[in-house]
Design a protein around this ligand. Structure first.
Ligand code: SPV
Ligand code: MG
Length: 431
């Protein structure tokens, strides 16, 4: 008897899946692979139910003969093991980033004469409704908030990108690339104080008030599902910070990062070129402890950001602070540097990791941008934040367009680099 293989990433079985299974049944014994959580978050989205629940759900379908775990997005392992006569899939993988998966399957099957069956994708009201509902569930505060902690368990390095509006949120949410046969996307979003301020044409000195920063969070949460790491600057007065923690938690933010500076905060990338004052270990520890005391869920994280390297206070000072802030209850440590050479960041990571194996380390490779996420991960970093690149790429592009319209007294000359009108009007999903 022939064998037919398919792989599912869904949390809900709808008529589209049943159509594939029924089609598969015509060809022989049906084997379904359930994609692991690790692989699923890399190319699709976070599951809303546990892996075991997804596995049991597939097992309960009478037409399915066997269920296995597929641990990678690419089918190499399963095809080598099962040598199925057919692989069946919705024809939506004929284009877009998932085409790389189909190409790979085609190559693997071609080696022994296996065949692909592309089943027309089921477009129906109910399929759309089920998909929308899963997304909406992921966007709810109680689901979104805990996702950063979940990701830290399953991703070797969680990567976050800066967002400061609904539109940049959509870029973080939807951008998936295929590169060298692998699919990838961002795990989380960073609401940068620098970019949130810059988008409003204001300096990054805690001038944009919390009410306005919260409004940015709402703009982002309205159109996305990924977890949010909020740049809380210094956290302000401890008496105010406790209220900020409660508000962020309520909005479904996963983590706030506060930096150990006091007084008028300036952006760290100025370093010692401007006057900046580091807070005392005692004061900052008390702020962390106060925040931890008021939070209502176990999901929310308060991450302490250490400015010792930025302010040239030395490695020992940075490490001392890290120890103290973890003791005060910090759920993670962010270490920052404005050097181009990542050496001091790596030294901190190595030294901190040698004495603390568990506390997540966050790094922001804006200046030391030659190092890859993988290399940072090898030194113990858990979260990598691309803190300002969307803003920095958009600004020069917009400025150049403005200049060219002024030069030519019309917009024709800039047209080639613009998103087509059709694309921009359909970029935003409607309910
Ligand atoms: C931000 O993005 O606002 C940050 C990171 O705090 S940095 O600008 O490098 O200080
Ligand atoms: Mg900032």
């Amino acid at each position: 008897m022939s064998t037919v293989y398919t792989c599912f990433t869904t949390d809900v079985i709808h008529e589209g899946h049943m159509n594939i299974i029924n089609e598969a049944k015509k060809y022989g014994e049906v084997i379904v692979g359930v994609l692991s959580d690790e692989a699923m978050v890399k190319f699709d989205r976070f599951p809303t139910i546990s892996f075991n629940e997804r596995f049991e759900m597939i097992k309960a379908i009478p037409e399915v003969d066997h269920v296995i775990v597929q641990s990678e997005i690419m089918y190499d392992e399963v095809i080598a093991e099962l040598k199925p006569d057919y692989v069946i899939h919705g024809d939506n993988w004929l284009s877009g980033p998932t085409k790389a998966i189909r190409d790979n399957v085609e190559k693997l099957l071609g080696e022994y004469g296996g065949k692909i069956i592309d089943v027309p994708y089921t477009f129906s009201e109910n399929v759309k409704h089920v998909d929308d509902k899963m997304k909406e569930k992921l966007a709810m505060p109680e689901f979104r908030r805990k996702r950063l902690r979940q990701l830290l368990k399953i991703r070797p390095v969680v990567k976050a990108i800066e967002v400061h509006s609904g539109l940049t949120g959509l870029i973080a949410e939807k951008t998936v690339v295929e590169h060298e046969g692998k699919l990838d996307q961002f795990d989380a979003m960073w609401i940068s104080s620098l970019c949130d301020s810059t988008a409003k044409g204001k300096p990054d000195i805690e001038l944009v008030d919390m009410t306005s920063r919260f409004r940015t969070i709402e703009d982002v949460t309205e159109v996305t599902t990924k977890p949010i790491i909020f740049d809380g600057d210094t956290g302000g007065l401890t008496e105010h910070f406790v209220y900020t923690v409660r508000s962020l938690e309520r909005m479904g933010v996963s983590a706030v990062i506060i930096e150990d500076k006091t007084g008028l905060k300036k952006n760290s990338l100025f370093g010692t070129e401007v006057k900046q004052t580091q807070d005392t270990i005692e004061n900052f520890s008390a702020k962390i402890a106060a925040g931890k005391k008021v939070q209502l869920t176990d999901d929310f994280m308060i991450i302490a950001r250490i400015e010792s390297l930025i302010l040239e206070q030395g490695m020992e000072d940075a490490l001392n602070r890290a120890r103290a802030f973890v003791k005060a209850g910090a759920d993670g440590i962010m270490i920052h540097s404005r050097k181009k050479d990542p050496a001091e960041i790596l030294e901190f990571c190595d030294k901190f990791r040698s004495e603390d194996k568990v506390t997540p380390i966050v790094v922001v490779p804006s200046s030391f941008n030659v190092i890859t996420e993988e290399e940072l991960g090898e030194h113990g970093a858990n979260i990598v934040i691309y803190a300002n690149q969307l803003t920095r790429s958009a600004f020069p592009a917009m400025e150049e367009t403005a200049k060219d319209i002024l030069r030519h007294h019309r917009a024709k000359e800039v047209d080639d680099r613009l998103m087509p009108i059709k694309e921009i009007i359909s970029l935003i999903d409607t309910l």
